[in-house]
Ligand binder design. Structure first.
Ligand SMILES: [Zn+2]
Length: 477
């Protein structure tokens, strides 16, 4: 604006200074400059708002999150409106915000999060939905900038993957295992068996067609329910990438195997032995100054964290049957504790804790050889919390066997072991009162009774009849 910024002297006669007129002229000039600055500011449009619309999934199914981000750093937005058309919507307003200006200035950025899909907008229909975002920037007194309009188009797909169980005679028992062969459509991204919080992922059926899969699954030892209830809670499920989920009941019978009961009187000598060893070998744990409290921290917290570690270990299981014979029990052993006993711990006759014992306690001679129950690969061989020196073998498809309280370890992680191979010697490390082997089978981290796996008839009836050639089992029933 060179005209207004010129020096005032250039407009004045030189040799006749008239002080009053000169002041007036200066004031006038100042007013003109101020007016020009005002006009210049009020007539100039701010740059258009910058608007982005994105979605976290490529289409809309169960629940897709659409995020609208609008920015206008100079004056802020006066209004932002999001409408939906198509797929059951007739220009429905999904969001309308008028961000207020605060003392701190305009809201430079407005973010609107809109969930869309069957779960949140149940009247949505299959088809194509167009979201229209209209962002109106705040104008001046004299001019309003044109709104910025941005559209996002997404397909709405609400059909879950097709899913059908192919196996007959699915007769699981509480605390046991089973297998199901099923067909699933190509859209499935996650399928298998769901039982409460436990999920047993399916795998391609060896030798089967592209849509044939199977899942080895376990029944939680505490699923103490009727057959009808179990049928409703043990479900075959398949989900596509949009979260569309098919669920199907597929078990035919259910056998209850109520948990056993047991009581353990805690002696100071036992608690001293256990806490001294386990805390020394588990440096991340802090002792209290109370023996019973120290013991209970192990019996509760450490037990829980060890069980969670076993569930994560299942993710490393190989997608292959690594075994072909019936599982071996420990030879010449006396059973000192059995699977799924609910144990009450007593201190001076008073109950102080309740925990579930999830394995077999097998005792023979001191430092007896511990044999691999079946062929597999060593997934864990180290000191492991309440289990003391412990070996876990992977047998494939999420199936593992666990050997705890050992005195010595003879294998290392990654070793391939043969059925009957020595893994170490029995002992009393970890939460153990005396020399014995604590043994259990695990299906994707869930402890299940080993009794089934020791039984050729069970493998024949429950697994072989369903998996046929896919299971390389050479045993005899
Ligand atoms: Zn045990």
């Amino acid at each position: 604006l060179p005209l207004f910024l010129d020096s005032p002297q250039t407009l004045m006669p030189r040799n006749q200074p008239r002080p009053v007129g000169r002041t007036l002229l200066l004031l006038l000039l100042a007013a003109v400059v101020a007016g020009a600055v005002y006009l210049q500011r009020e007539l100039r449009l701010p740059p258009p708002a910058v608007v982005a619309v994105t979605s976290d999934l490529p289409a809309i199914g169960r629940k897709t999150i659409v995020t609208v981000t609008a920015q206008e750093p100079r004056r802020g937005l006066s209004q932002l409106t999001v409408t939906a058309s198509g797929a059951g919507f007739q220009r429905r307003v999904l969001a309308q915000v008028s961000p207020p200006t605060t003392d701190a200035g305009p809201h430079e950025q407005v973010v609107v999060v809109i969930p869309l899909g069957r779960e949140v907008t149940p009247d949505i229909r299959p088809g194509t939905v167009t979201l229209e975002v209209v962002a109106q920037a705040r104008g001046t007194r004299l001019r309003t900038p044109p709104p910025v309009v941005v559209r996002l188009t997404r397909e709405v797909q609400l059909q879950p993957p097709t899913l059908a169980a192919r196996s007959a005679f699915i007769h699981p028992a509480q605390g046991g295992a089973e297998v199901v062969v099923y067909d699933v459509g190509p859209g499935s991204k996650r399928d298998g068996v769901q039982v409460g919080r436990w999920f047993f992922s399916g795998f391609p059926l060896p030798g089967g067609s592209a849509n044939q899969r199977f899942a080895l699954f376990g029944i939680p030892y505490d699923l103490e329910t009727s057959e009808a209830e179990a049928q409703a809670r043990v479900l075959l499920v398949a989900e596509d990438e949009l979260g569309n989920r098919a669920e199907s009941q597929f078990i035919h019978r259910y056998f209850r195997r109520p948990m056993g009961k047991d009581a353990i009187e805690l002696q100071d000598a036992f608690m001293k032995k256990v806490t001294e060893e386990v805390y020394a070998r588990t440096p991340e744990l802090r002792r209290t100054n109370d023996l019973l409290e120290d013991f209970l921290q192990l019996n509760r917290g450490l037990r829980q964290s060890n069980m969670a570690q076993l569930a994560s270990l299942a993710a490393s299981s190989r997608g292959k049957f690594l075994w072909s014979e019936t599982f071996l029990p420990m030879p010449n052993a006396a059973v000192k504790g059995s699977f799924a006993d609910r144990r009450t711990y007593l201190a001076a006759g008073k109950p102080v804790d309740t925990q579930d014992h999830l394995g077999f306690d097998l005792a023979s001679l001191k430092q007896a050889p511990v044999q691999a129950a079946n062929a597999g690969v060593v997934a864990l061989s180290s000191y492991f919390g309440i289990f003391g020196n412990c070996v876990v073998l992977d047998h494939g498809y999420g199936l593992m066997s666990l050997y705890a309280h050992l005195s010595t370890l003879a294998v290392k992680v990654g070793d391939t072991v043969a059925r009957g191979q020595e893994l170490g010697r029995t002992g009393g490390t970890g939460l153990a009162g005396g020399d014995h082997l604590h043994f259990t089978m695990l299906v994707q981290g869930l402890p299940v009774t080993p009794v089934e796996w020791w039984d050729g008839h069970w493998i024949q009836d429950r697994l072989k009849l369903k998996l046929a050639g896919a299971l390389p089992w050479q045993g005899t029933p």
